[in-house]
Structure formats: C-alpha cells, structure tokens
Design a protein around this ligand. Structure first.
Ligand code: LLP
Length: 421
C-alpha cells in the first residue's frame, strides 16, 4: 500500500499534487511519502512484537538523511555496509547500539570508525575479516559483539544478481563450516559472539526460501549452544519483496513473515533482528519525469523521457519492471498503444520498458515510475553529466527538497586541474 493516489484526476503524494512539486523542483525528481515509510516500518515492528526484536533498516535502499531521521525517530535500527553508511547513520542521530555492520569487505578504517563511534554488532563474513576485527578491537582494548553470517545454500528464487544465499555467492561462510569458524571466534581476543546472521537475497516473493534458511539457522543455534556459544541474537537479514505491478500477485505481508519467523526460530528465545530495505522504502517513492519527445519509429514508437538509466538503473541492470503512469489520470476508457519508453543517454540499454501499453501522453506530460523508492536515487550516477536527481519528502500537505539538484557548476567544480595544465 502507498500514498500516491489520483485525486481529482491528478497524482498526489499524500496531500501534495505532483505537478506542484514538479513546478517547484523541475524534473526529474524522486518523491517519498512519510506516511508510507512509517506504515511499512511499523508493519515490521508489529510483525515481530511477539518477542524482543530490532528492525534495522537496510539503508542501502535509500539513505537520505531525512529518510533515516524519519525512521530513526520511530526507533529503527540501521543496517550499514560501508563507512559512508555508518557515518550517515550517525549523522542522522542513530545511536551506535542500534547500528549493525554488514558486508564482505569491511576495511580496517571502517572497522576502527565503527568501534570508535559505537556499534551493536559486526556481521562477520569471513575468517580473514574476523581476524582483522579481532586485531583492531584488541589493539583498542575493546571487545565487540559479533555474529557470523552463514551461507545456508538455499535458492532464493530471485534475480541472479540479487541472490546471496547459494554456495556460489561471495557472502557468508558455508553453514557446514560454521562450528569450526565459531570455535575460532571464541578463541580470538576482542570478539564476543552474540549470535548468527543470515541474508539470502532480495525481492523474495515467496516465503519458502526464508523458511528453509531459518530452519537451518534454528538447528545451527542449538548445535552452537551445545558447543558452548552464547547465541542470543539472530539477524535474519532482509529481502522481503514488494509488488512492482498492479497485476502481480501480492507478495507475502510483513505479518506473514513475522509469523514465519516465530514458527521457525521463535522457540529459541533469541532477540530477533531483521534488515528490510526495499519493503520499507520501495513503494514509498516514485520517480517523476517529463516526456521530452514522442518519436515515431519504424514499427515502434518511442516515449523519450528526461530521466534515464543514470537516474533509475533497475530496468537496465536487472530487467526490472516499474509501472509508469501518467501524472494526469487517464480517462477510464482511454485507448492505449505500445511505446518503448527510453531516456536520453547514448546507450540502447537506456530503455525503461519495451512495447509498454500507455494511454495517450504527449511531449511535456509528466509520468511517474512507481515503486522507485528503493535502489533508485542511491544507485543514480551523473553519467552523461546528468546532475544527480533531486529528492523530495512529503509529509501530509507539506513537501521539502531533501537533496537538491546540483548545478552544472557544482559538478564541474568537483574536478581539480593538475598544475601542469
Ligand atoms: N541485508 C543485507 C546484508 C543485504 O545485502 C541487503 C540487500 C538487505 C539487507 C536488504 O534487502 P531488501 O530488504 O532491500 O531486499 N539493487 C538491487 C537490490 C540489491 C540488494 C542488496 N542487498 C535492486 O535494485 O533490486
């Protein structure tokens, strides 16, 4: 569910009309709804209310300070995967004891910064990384809580580029080697084993891979406890999928997911952490763009937009589908015809949709990419020297630019000229 609805024939973000934002900000831009963000966070929080838990928002999905502050004020923790994300979480006022640090390649500098600023736990992904964390923590006379990310070798049944729980993926340690690696962790100084971490992939629309993974984690919890480890915390990752099309079957709800967690690991008495990103912010954001030209081609017509693959890379990168709707509501009986919907970047991959049936739209009209809040703005680049797309946050009848569009001068000024030129 989201808060982007037509009202009097015009798409609104909560109580603000999208054309009103477009005239203030220019196109293209991302706009997020506070109400949708809060709703989705609360759904997860309620789904786990049966026991101690922390919902750690995976901020890689959308990491604007205003979004982080909105969620942090609700009590969200954060899942970070880089020193930059850690700094963002801290800047948004998230206390260190609500930040978990994931990712396969934490550097010494990142580990040190998190130890200095405070951290709930590191989710350790390999033995060399564990050794590095141990060395750094011990050299600072600290003991840091860790979980070890296990790779349960289950098929998440999602796009290959976003599946992470198969043995061929780079993530975690093979679950079959877990006892050995936990034994090593117990011997190393500077580390305190507190639990187990698992994350099998993103955009899962079926609960069964989660179930398979969580059952393995439950068995492992008992084995590791028998080995003498204090397994009090289970970080079960993120990955719950969202509907990207209105015609799609609805994916499972956070409440179904919470029930599944209770069924599979609830009896262990552990504190539960989850790391949802996409479900919290995906449908809380849209990308608004303007049609520059309607180009009649040979056998196909093109809608050429002022947004491009640099602004929203998901279609080019994962063949992702996003509904693209006119901002002015089409008449119910409006005839549709197929268009290839493309951006201005000089690559054929700069295609958002092929043969998409669209109601009548013409040059100058606004369109909205639905479900663009997650992995949208954060994956944008300035390819073709197209300025990073601005972000806007709506709350009821107010809106605010939460990241401004850089000017060409801003972009050029970031380059520096060597003295010999
Ligand atoms: N935890 C870890 C360790 C992760 O690697 C991820 C996502 C998440 C949590 C959050 O997963 P979510 O709840 O958002 O599915 N750019 C891709 C998605 C990449 C996901 C990477 N990891 C896309 O646009 O589909």
């Amino acid at each position: 569910m989201d808060h982007f609805l037509y009202r009097d024939g015009v798409l609104h973000a909560e109580d603000v009309s999208v054309p009103e934002i477009a005239s203030a900000v220019g196109t293209p831009f991302y706009v997020y709804s506070t109400a949708t963000l809060l709703r989705h966070f609360r759904l997860f929080d309620e789904a786990l209310a049966w026991g101690p838990h922390l919902v750690c928002y995976a901020m890689k999905a959308a990491s604007n300070q205003a979004i982080l502050r909105t969620l942090a004020a609700e009590g969200a923790g954060m899942d970070v995967v880089s020193g930059g994300e850690y700094a963002r979480a801290k800047a948004a006022g998230v206390p260190g004891d609500r930040i978990v640090f994931s990712g396969v390649g934490k550097t010494g500098a990142e580990i040190r910064a998190a130890l200095e600023g405070g951290i709930r736990q590191f989710n350790v992904e390999s033995e060399p990384e564990m050794q590095a964390i141990s060395d750094i923590a011990a050299s600072m006379n600290m003991t840091v809580p860790i979980t070890i990310r296990v790779n349960p070798d289950v098929d998440a049944k999602t796009h290959a580029k976003i599946a992470t729980g198969k043995s061929e993926n780079k993530f975690g340690i093979p679950i079959a080697r877990a006892r050995e690696v936990y034994a090593l962790a117990a011997r190393l100084p500077g580390l305190r084993v507190v639990g187990i971490d698992v994350h099998i992939g993103s955009q899962l629309t079926d609960l069964s891979p989660f179930e398979a993974a969580y059952r393995k984690v439950a068995d492992l919890t008992e084995t590791l406890r028998a080995d003498g480890h204090a397994i009090d915390r289970l970080d079960l990752g993120g990955g719950l999928g969202i509907p990207y099309t209105r015609s799609n079957e609805a994916p499972p709800l956070p409440s179904d997911y919470g029930d599944l967690i209770r069924r599979t690991v609830g009896h262990l008495g552990c504190e539960i952490e989850i790391e949802p990103g996409r479900l919290i912010v995906g449908n809380a954001g849209i990308l608004v763009s303007k049609v520059i030209y309607v180009k009649e081609g040979e056998g196909r017509d093109f809608l050429i937009l002022d947004s491009a693959m640099n602004d929203l890379i998901r279609p080019a990168m994962y063949d992702a589908y996003h509904d693209i709707d006119p901002v002015l509501e089409p008449a119910p009986a409006a005839e549709t015809r197929p268009f290839d919907i493309v951006g201005p970047v000089c690559e054929s991959g700069d295609t958002f949709a092929k043969a998409r049936q669209m109601p009548p739209v013409g040059a100058g009209d606004l369109v909205a990419f639905r479900s663009a809040g997650a992995y949208g703005a954060v994956m944008a680049s300035e390819y073709n020297t197209r300025p990073l797309v601005p972000e806007v946050l709506v709350n009821g009848d107010q809106f605010s630019v939460i990241r401004a569009r850089p000017s060409f001068d801003d972009i050029i000024a970031r380059d520096t000229i060597p003295e010999w030129l």
